[in-house]
Design a protein around this ligand. Structure first.
Ligand code: ZN
Length: 491
């Protein structure tokens, strides 16, 4: 049996400090800076709330990236962090070292902690580093005059104790601390709640905004001025999640037109938007140009091209699709997602023009459930074959025959970056009543994959049938054949 290595003096010192319930800011202020990150990490993980509170108040670096260490929610420890900030605000002595300027509550990794993770007992290599070198890895925006607190917020109908506690704390301190939310996600909340939140976390700091809502158009219009203040948005998702949003009757009233117009007019201020997503947005039809157009932009502003355009489960018109080929904002797209957008009645030539424009940038294309037929795909094949960066493509749930699918696959020979490809089962697999012949399906798919292997090595390739009307599942042919539930039961 090997003898246990005795704890080092550093470890013993840390253990003693963690046990010390009377630890205060002035005592911590005298400890070497290099000693504190590891002590803080241990105090947090072992929930020594007294030490956590004292250490936040005495933190010697300008920046405290505490969210990175708090991935598992623990209300008591979180409250100790906030109490530490209060103590710091009320401090009655001048710290010997730099003051805290930036508290980051976002639960994301930061290299600051990885550097200190290496400081194990007996390993003093990092401890000997120049303190200034370590401060250099902290975010530049940490160097500021007043304390800034950064957090990501996800507001859900279910009460999140930690978030509620934080919001109530922030509301009472909004005069003395600058609060900043980089990423805000909203799930089904009343407009007035979001307006209250935005009084504390000013909209202009938000970089990513996700609104999943059942608001009707009058509520959306009421919220429009708040959206209009988010002028630094990089990413925006609007998803209308309830049936309530559908208008009553067939006609849109003048008032409704005005509300939609007020909401959409806010889009002209998003000068740095890179990722734009709409899901089930019923009022998008005939308004895509208005949403994407640079009209109304401030003179002299450079146009940021979109990297992602996602318009899913929306109803669009021919004039909407025509604008795809004319809008320079789309000409550097990396990701195009049109899942669930019915193209069966539209001329897809503008889509072909867009694919030609983005041939050097497009990495993923999702055309699932677009109700396309052979006549649509044939227009797109040549342009698709030129999209050299394409790594992910899905055409599930479209109606293509065997010859046209064969033609498509033949034209993918040069798409060497392709990683995941999903194609619909050819029409020849279905009988007159729309039921799949599994034998025919597996035979035709195997044939296609063999033909493809002769020109290119596919990595992950799948063929899938329409959803089975009896069990709601698809039959999928990939590395092996997976029948739908009722076919599996029959076997
Ligand atoms: Zn089935």
């Amino acid at each position: 049996m090997s003898a246990q290595t005795p704890p080092t003096l550093l470890k013993l010192a840390r253990q003693a400090l963690l046990r010390d319930e009377t630890l205060d800011m002035s005592a911590l202020d005298k400890l070497p800076m290099v000693f504190l990150p590891k002590l803080f990490n241990e105090a947090l993980t072992s929930r020594h709330t007294t030490t956590v509170k004292a250490m936040v108040a005495a933190w010697p670096f300008p920046c405290l990236l505490v969210g990175a260490l708090m991935k598992t929610p623990d209300l008591e420890t979180f409250q100790a962090v906030l109490a530490g900030v209060d103590k710091w605000l009320r401090r009655n002595f001048l710290p010997r070292r730099g003051k805290l300027q930036f508290l980051d509550l976002r639960k994301k990794y930061h290299e600051f902690w990885s550097i200190w993770a290496g400081v194990e007992d007996g390993d003093c290599s990092v401890e000997n580093q120049d303190e200034q070198q370590v401060v250099k890895v902290l975010p530049k925006y940490a160097l500021r005059q007043c304390l800034k607190v950064v957090a990501d917020l996800c507001l859900r109908p279910r009460v999140d104790e930690e978030q509620t506690c934080f919001f109530q704390w922030a509301q009472r301190r909004k005069g003395s601390i600058q609060f900043c939310c980089m990423k805000m996600t909203i799930w089904i909340q009343p407009v007035h709640v979001i307006k209250e939140v935005l009084k504390v976390f000013h909209p202009e700091h938000i970089r990513e905004f996700e609104l999943n809502t059942e608001w009707n158009m009058f509520m959306l219009a009421d919220f429009a001025p708040c959206l209009g203040q988010m002028r630094n948005l990089h990413k925006l998702l609007l998803a209308l999640v309830s049936k309530n949003i559908f208008k009553i009757g067939n006609r849109t009233t003048d008032m409704e037109y005005k509300c939609i117009s007020k909401f959409i007019s806010q889009f002209s201020i998003f000068n740095c938007l890179q990722h734009l997503s709409f899901r089930r947005v019923y009022f998008l039809r005939n308004r895509i140009k208005r949403v994407l157009s640079k009209q109304g932009w401030r003179a002299g502003c450079l146009m940021t091209p979109l990297e992602t355009l996602s318009i899913t489960h929306c109803n669009i018109s021919q004039s909407d699709l025509n604008y795809f080929s004319e809008c320079p904002k789309l000409f550097q797209l990396k990701h195009l997602d049109m899942k669930g957008v019915g193209l069966n009645a539209l001329d897809v030539m503008p889509l072909r023009v867009l694919l030609e424009k983005v041939a050097d940038t497009l990495q993923s294309l999702d055309m699932k459930c677009c109700r396309m037929k052979d006549s649509h795909l044939i227009v797109l094949i040549h342009a698709l074959s030129k999209c050299s960066q394409l790594a992910k493509v899905s055409f599930y749930c479209n109606d293509f025959s065997m010859p046209i699918l064969r033609n498509l696959l033949k034209h993918t020979a040069n798409l060497s970056k392709m990683y995941l490809e999903q194609y619909p089962a050819p029409l020849e697999c279905y009988d007159d009543f729309g039921y799949v012949s599994t034998e025919r399906f597996t035979q035709l798919c195997a044939e296609q994959i063999d033909r493809l292997r002769a020109i290119r090595q596919p990595k992950r390739i799948f063929f899938a049938t329409h959803v089975c009307p009896r069990c709601g599942e698809r039959c999928v042919y990939g590395r092996r054949f997976r029948p739908c539930l009722c076919q599996r039961r029959r076997q």
